[in-house]
Design a binder for this molecule. Structure first.
Ligand code: GAR
Length: 196
């Protein structure tokens, strides 16, 4: 049973999907720690309600930067909780060496577009503004780039003519909630193979 650490900045619906998959017996995992850079993020409340240890990451007043000291603290906390695979679920800061180096090949992210299209913020709005007829979501390994590492899984959705950012994001999220637990299972299999 792999121990997961989750980092998020938002509502935590992807974390909920992971919890649901664990409860349904389709994902052999447990969530050991949930961390958020935003103290008021609903993901922390969800974690608390599910009795999962959770904490706020102090980013020392920086609005979007993830300072090295904060990354080291996160790496320390994840290690102490015994985390084996780190899942970014709506986490809005870029990871760099102080954290990446502690979990080589063990940090994955979900992004709301068919990467390499539309990396960065508000990917669903980017897809609408570009006139795309298809978008979707991607789970990938995290490197120091913005939404760049090797892809594990993708799912496509149509972009409809009357879509708003909200309707398109909602359609993408249905697929996110399906593929993220599957991709975690796949990443877990690969780790087990590597250690054989
Ligand atoms: C998800 O749609 C996720 O793909 C996106 O934030 C949302 C978080 O939702 N992540 C990014 O845009 C990362 N660049 P959630 O908090 O309900 O899981």
């Amino acid at each position: 049973m792999i121990r997961l650490g989750i980092l998020g900045s938002g509502s935590g619906s992807n974390m909920q999907a992971i919890l649901d998959a664990i409860a349904a017996g389709t994902l052999a995992a447990e969530i050991s720690l949930v961390l958020s850079d935003l103290p008021e993020a609903y993901i922390l409340e969800r974690a608390a309600r599910a009795d999962i240890p959770n904490a706020h990451i102090d980013c020392h007043g920086f609005k979007s930067k993830f300072p090295d000291e904060a990354q080291l603290q996160v790496a320390h906390d994840l290690k102490e909780a015994g985390v084996e695979l780190v899942c970014l679920a709506g986490f809005m800061r870029l990871l760099r060496a102080p954290l990446l180096d502690h979990f080589p090949g063990r940090i994955i992210n979900i992004h709301p577009s068919l990467l390499p299209d539309f990396p960065g913020l508000y990917a669903w709005t980017q897809a609408l503004e570009a006139g795309a007829t298809e978008s979707g979501c991607t789970v990938h390994y995290v490197d120091s780039g913005m939404d760049t590492g090797p892809i594990i899984a993708q799912a496509a959705v149509p972009v409809l003519p009357d879509d708003s950012p909200e309707t398109l994001h909602a359609r993408i999220q249905i697929q996110e909630h399906r593929i993220y637990p599957e991709a975690i299972a796949e990443a877990t299999r690969r780790l087990a193979e590597d250690s054989d």
